[in-house]
Each structure stands twice: as structure tokens, then as C-alpha cells.
Design a protein around this ligand. Structure first.
Ligand code: GTP
Ligand code: MG
Length: 522
């Protein structure tokens, strides 16, 4: 007998289907959590559900190959299922019986699909307008945007699928997710950043004996490390393009500071960036995760500021002169360090709390910080989310961007070491500016929006709840009203501010096209 489903990999996961799952579990980039997720992914398969079959029959068929632990359905260019078996052998058995599927799209699975994207902004605004307080609005936005359990599983599964491809060249390699997929600040629909880890096989990080011969070998390798990374990504990129099921639009961006292969994985709907030899970014991911875990207000504020920035075109999905989500997150962290009392510690304080096992030096950069959260003393700041959001807008409305650099290592602004409109020190590679791509126009837009949002926040009509009673036509108020582009633009003209000239916008666009392939990561 043949199956009517299209298996997109030999790995998967799953979930009881009939309920809408709303998980507030966060996804630790800690080794233990990652190992669990990766192991789950290896017992899972991704299935394209093309047949006219019910869920019951689907599960009955698959369970012939072994016990199913979890499964869930989702939609992305068709209906897909992620199915986690109890044992890896089930996958071998299933693959032996798999055949090319019929192409007859079916909507029967539609009702049980788990959402994999955020609600459209209008829906979000309506939803927020019904909340009773600005704090509730911020929490509601965070809940609507954060990654779900299913989405996180799908991310690890895609890493696992890609590992199968990379293993053709590097049998013992691992592909690890980093960035917002695992740092606690990921929103549904965010890209999937992956890191090809070859340390286990290439001996890259092995300690060399101190003989002259080894030294020569080390130097040779040091000189060509970048070239090696480029060649590795080049061949993997080729494989992904030729053989990656559902991988389309493969671009090899090998001349960027951090070379990468970019592609869309259609079955999951993820935009993927694959890098190699990018350990500092893994450390930033862990640091961001740690900050998000220390106080629940951190994540809420980051989600809200990111959403606000996207709604007003401060951030963009196109690389260019815009502020990135990563820079914005660092700006929120800095602001929280500057509260009195501070809500989160500085990176230097986290380094001082580190134990011997936490020591980490990557390419000469000190990336040490404490991993045991219980050692971190917290202050008794009791500000509400509303106060903090308002405070964020006020803080950056008047920040001395022209002279000062944002520095989360010290938790204090420092004199700018170089000329750049916006200077945010890279927390680990301290001579770098994470926002060096940002031009003066984009920074001015950010500051103007902070001023306008701070002003709107103080107005009675903005901060009085109006949506009580759950009425569908509630007027936007509070956070909902500062997410409305027209509202903020309205303030701009009321205050007779200079509009950004068209020539500036065109200049930005041209710069973005020029930079597109060169400066994804700095
Ligand atoms: P979104 O994808 O926008 O949701 O956020 P992200 O945090 O995943 O950002 P992005 O995909 O751009 O980058 C992935 C990770 O690379 C970040 O989380 C950082 O750890 C790191 N990174 C991104 N941009 C920079 C940068 O400009 N400098 C440095 N040093 N690291 C960066
Ligand atoms: Mg990302």
C-alpha cells in the first residue's frame, strides 16, 4: 500500500490537534532545552496533506508505523502536518512505504490548523481596543505575537531537515537555530536564523599542541577561515538549491561580513538564513534570552516596541538604512538598565557574576556572563508596563544621539567613538556598531515618532479606555491608538513638523538596494 501524503523529510513532531494552543512557554537556548527540541525533531516528519482524507484516517495510517506522540496541522501553500513518533524507527518504516503523492488539494484539515503568523495589524488594533488597561493591551499584544509551541517545533524541524542535506558533506554536523527563533523575542513569522556547527568534526576549536608545526597550521587556517566558511556555505547552498524539498529562491550572500545562504522554505513558510562560524551571534542570542527571562516586563516591552516600529515603517523586512529589530531590542534593554532602580543588570555586572565554567572567549572577544540565573540580584522596580512604554518614548525623544553611544555593557551612555548617526555598541565585539547601517533620516524618523507617541500617550482621549463591553466597533485607544499610522502622522502635521521629502525616501531606498547584499550582519 502507498501513502497519499507527501513526506517532506524524515523527521517531525506533533501536538493534539483540536484545541487552539496558546503556549507561554519560552524556548530556552539552553543546551538542555535545545537538545530536547533537536531530539524531538529527529523523531518527527513533515507531511504535505494533499489527499482527501480525514484526520482520523491520516493518524490511523501513520500509526501503523509506530506510536504517535504528538501532531498538528498548519497551512502554508497547502495543508501540512508535523507528526512526532515515539521512536525513530517509525520514520524508517514510514519512508519505506512512502510514494509520490496525488496532487489534489484538500481543505478538510483546515479547521484544525494552528496559526503560524501574527494577526493582521487591523485585527490586532481591534483586539487591543477592547482591553481595559494599557498594561493589558501590552500583554495581549505579546500573547498574539510570541512564538507558539508548534511554531517553535517547526523551526527545530526545519533545522533538522537542513542537517540531512548538509550531512551529505559533513556527516556529523549540527544545525542550530539562533536569533529571535530562540531568544524569546521572536514573533510568529520571523525569519529562521541557523548556524552550521562543524566544531564536532573539523577540529576547529580543538586546542593545538604548542609545536612549531601546529602553529604554522593554525596561522594558515586563521588566514583562510573566512574563505573556508564561504566555500562550505557555497556547497551547502548548492545542495539546498538542487535537493532541498520546498527550498526556493536560494541566494548565496558570501561577501557579507557574516557570509550566509538565504532561502525560503515553502512548507514551513520560513525565510531562512544559514550561516557558519558565527559563534558570537549564538552568544548574543543567549544574552537576550537571559535578559528576557529576568523580568517579564522585558519581553512585553520589546514585543510592543518592535510592533510599534514595524507599524510605522521604522523597521523593514528589506535590509537597508532602517533600524533593525536587534538594534531596537538593545535600545529597550539599555533603557531598562537606566531606570531607577534598574530593571535589568549591565553586561559587565553579568560578567562579574560568572563562574569559571561560564568563561567564554570567541575570536579574542570576551563573551563571558553568568549562566546561573539565581545568582543575579534583582532590584525592586515596580513600574507598570504603561509607565515603561511611555518612559521609553520620552527617553529616546531627548537622547543625545549626536554625541553619545548606547552601551549595554556599561549600562551608561558613552562618548561616540566614531561618526555615525546612531551608535549602539556591539555587546561582545565592542569595537563594532550594531546600527552602523542607520542613516540620519531614519534616526530622525525614529526620534520624531518617539516624540509623537509620547505626546499622544499624555492625551486624555488616548489614555481613557473606550472599548469596555467587548463591542466590535470599539474606538482605538491607548496602545491601539499609537499603533495607528494615521494617528501618529496626524500629530506630526498638527505639530507642523517638516515632512520627510520624497528625495530622502528615494535616497533611502537606493541605499538599501545598494547595501542589500553586503550588510545583513555587522
Ligand atoms: P528578527 O529576525 O528581526 O525577528 O530578529 P533577530 O534577533 O533574529 O535578528 P536577525 O535575524 O537580524 O539576526 C539574528 C541574530 O544575529 C541576532 O539575534 C543577533 O544575535 C545577531 N545580529 C543581528 N544583527 C546584528 C548586528 O548588527 N550585529 C551583531 N553583532 N549581531 C547581529
Ligand atoms: Mg532573525
Amino acid at each position: 500500500m502507498t501513502t497519499n501524503y507527501c513526506l517532506l523529510s524524515s523527521r517531525n513532531c506533533l501536538k493534539e490537534t483540536d484545541k487552539v494552543i496558546h503556549s507561554v512557554e519560552y524556548f530556552a537556548p539552553s543546551c538542555q532545552m535545545k537538545r530536547k527540541r533537536m531530539e524531538q525533531a529527529e523523531r518527527s516528519v513533515l507531511v504535505s496533506c494533499n489527499s482527501r482524507t480525514t484526520e482520523k484516517k491520516f493518524l490511523k495510517y501513520l500509526s501503523r508505523h509506530g506510536d504517535i506522540k504528538k501532531h498538528f496541522f498548519y497551512e502554508s501553500y497547502g495543508i501540512y502536518a508535523v507528526v512526532e513518533f515515539a521512536n525513530r524507527e517509525s520514520i524508517t518504516s514510514l519512508l519505506e512505504r512512502a510514494a509520490i503523492p496525488h496532487n489534489s488539494p484538500n481543505q478538510q484539515f483546515g479547521q484544525q490548523c494552528q496559526p503560524q503568523t501574527t494577526p493582521p495589524i487591523n485585527e490586532l488594533i481591534q483586539r487591543l481596543s477592547k482591553e481595559e488597561s494599557i498594561d493589558q493591551q501590552i500583554i495581549s499584544l505579546t500573547e498574539a505575537y510570541q512564538l507558539t509551541e508548534e511554531n517553535s517545533r517547526l523551526r527545530f524541524l526545519v533545522c533538522s531537515l537542513l542537517k540531512d542535506i548538509a550531512a551529505a558533506y559533513f556527516p556529523e554536523c549540527t544545525i542550530r537555530p539562533f536569533g529571535s527563533s530562540v531568544n524569546g523575542f521572536g514573533k510568529l513569522g520571523c525569519d529562521l536564523d541557523m548556524f552550521l556547527d562543524l566544531d564536532g568534526i573539523s577540529g576547529r576549536n580543538l586546542k593545538m599542541p604548542k609545536s612549531g608545526l601546529s602553529l604554522e597550521y593554525q596561522m594558515k587556517r586563521a588566514n583562510s577561515e573566512r574563505a573556508v566558511t564561504q566555500s562550505i556555505l557555497s556547497v551547502i547552498g548548492e545542495c539546498v538549491e538542487q535537493f532541498g524539498a520546498g527550498c526556493v529562491g536560494v541566494q548565496k550572500i558570501l561577501n557579507a561580513r557574516c557570509p550566509l545562504v538565504r532561502f525560503a522554505h515553502q512548507p514551513s513558510g520560513f525565510q531562512c538564513d544559514l550561516t557558519a562560524n558565527n559563534r558570537v551571534a549564538m552568544k548574543s542570542t543567549e544574552l537576550l534570552y537571559l535578559y528576557g527571562e529576568l523580568d517579564q516586563r522585558v519581553r512585553c516591552l520589546v514585543f510592543t516596541v518592535r510592533c510599534w516600529a514595524r507599524a510605522h515603517g521604522i523597521t523593514s523586512s528589506i535590509p537597508g538604512a532602517w533600524i533593525t529589530n536587534f538594534s531596537l531590542t538593545v535600545m529597550v534593554l539599555f533603557f531598562l538598565q537606566k531606570r531607577s532602580p534598574p530593571i535589568i543588570p549591565t553586561l559587565d555586572q553579568l560578567r562579574d557574576l560568572a563562574g569559571p565554567a561560564d568563561k567564554s572567549v570567541i575570536e579574542g572577544n570576551d563573551c563571558t556572563f553568568v549562566s546561573d540565573f539565581s545568582k543575579i540580584p534583582l532590584h525592586s522596580n515596580t513600574e507598570t508596563l504603561e509607565e515603561l512604554l511611555h518612559g521609553f518614548f520620552e527617553f529616546y525623544s531627548t537622547f543625545a544621539f549626536s554625541r553619545m553611544s548606547i552601551n549595554i555593557r556599561k549600562g551608561k551612555e558613552q562618548n561616540k567613538p566614531e561618526v555615525a548617526p546612531l551608535h549602539i555598541q556591539n555587546p561582545f565585539e565592542t569595537s563594532l556598531n550594531v546600527s552602523k547601517n542607520v542613516n540620519a533620516t531614519q534616526l530622525d524618523r525614529f526620534v520624531a515618532l518617539c516624540q509623537e507617541s509620547a505626546w499622544l500617550f499624555q492625551q486624555i482621549e488616548t489614555n481613557t479606555p473606550r472599548g469596555l463591553g467587548g463591542n466590535d466597533t470599539s474606538t482605538p485607544w491607548g496602545l491601539a491608538s499609537i499603533l495607528l499610522p494615521l494617528n501618529v502622522a496626524g500629530v506630526k502635521s498638527r505639530k507642523k513638523k517638516r515632512h520627510e521629502p520624497a528625495s530622502e525616501r528615494i535616497k533611502s531606498l537606493l541605499e538599501s538596494l545598494k547595501n542589500k547584499n553586503h550588510q545583513k550582519k555587522s
